[in-house]
Design a protein around this ligand. Structure first.
Ligand code: C5P
Length: 241
């Protein structure tokens, strides 16, 4: 089922105060708030709880990649924080992915809460063919992405984080019920805040949804706007059917 509001706002800041200010202004217009390594390493788990207290769903994007036992513990701890979605690296292998899924379900059952969605990162979008070769991947990146997405599905993960240009390829192989697709690198076309920043391959929110994204991650076009609430609101309105 498609989410009511597919916009995930990425709040990338080391400051709790600024994160609170942003969340309060954008929360009414987005479906979820993404907190990543910068926020988590600076402020810790308690700060995640204080953001969750605004009654927003949280995507904790820490991209776990370790031995199954360690990932299992980390996923349990993240589940206890009450997050709605979290990331692990598909390259950690099926044992690690299954351990993550199992930990999320077991901990959620104990707490009588919904388990977080486990999303597998296939290939980082910062890795191109030349960098992939450095780490021993000689074949086409697309083939690598398809294989890792398949591994994620087989291991029980709920979805993948992928770049916009992989959407159509993944959707040819997997329905939204089998694999949720969460896509960063989104830039609204009509906005005067359409700067690419450091994103190389970008797509508009409308096109990404048309190509099969379930969720779109949007950070700076909202958070760096002089009026973040208005920026989030107008993106949401632009998606209305
Ligand atoms: O500001 P912007 O819209 O570019 O933010 C995108 C967010 O998505 C950031 O938090 C970034 O870390 C994250 N991300 C990404 N590309 C990936 C995975 C995550 O841009 N492949």
């Amino acid at each position: 089922m498609a989410p009511k509001n597919p916009i995930i706002c990425a709040i990338d800041t080391p400051s709790t105060e600024w994160a609170h200010t942003l969340v309060q202004s954008v929360a009414p217009h987005v479906g979820m708030i993404k907190l990543g390594l910068e926020f988590f390493v600076s402020q810790g788990g308690d700060a995640v709880r204080t953001i969750r207290d605004y009654d927003v769903d949280i995507f904790l994007d820490l991209k776990f990649h370790d031995i199954p036992n360690t990932v299992s513990g980390a996923v349990s701890a993240a589940t206890e924080l009450g997050v709605a979605m979290l990331t692990v690296h598909a390259a950690g292998g099926s044992d690690m992915l299954k351990a993550a899924v199992e930990a999320a379900h077991n901990t959620a059952n104990k707490l009588s809460i919904q388990p977080p969605m486990i999303l597998a990162v296939t290939m980082l979008t910062s890795i191109d063919q030349a960098l992939a070769k450095e780490i021993g991947i000689e074949r086409k990146l697309e083939d690598q992405v398809i294989q890792l997405a398949g591994l994620a599905v087989k291991s029980g993960a709920d979805g993948c984080v992928c770049s916009a240009h992989e959407l159509q390829m993944l959707r040819k192989n997997y329905s939204s019920d089998a694999l949720k697709l969460v896509v960063p690198g989104i830039r609204p076309e009509t906005s005067k805040f359409a700067a690419k920043d450091d994103q190389k391959r970008i797509m508009t929110p409308q096109r990404a949804l048309e190509y099969g994204a379930d969720y779109i991650v949007i950070g700076r076009p909202i958070t760096k706007n002089r009026n973040p609430a208005q920026a989030a609101k107008s993106i949401k309105e632009s998606l209305a059917p």
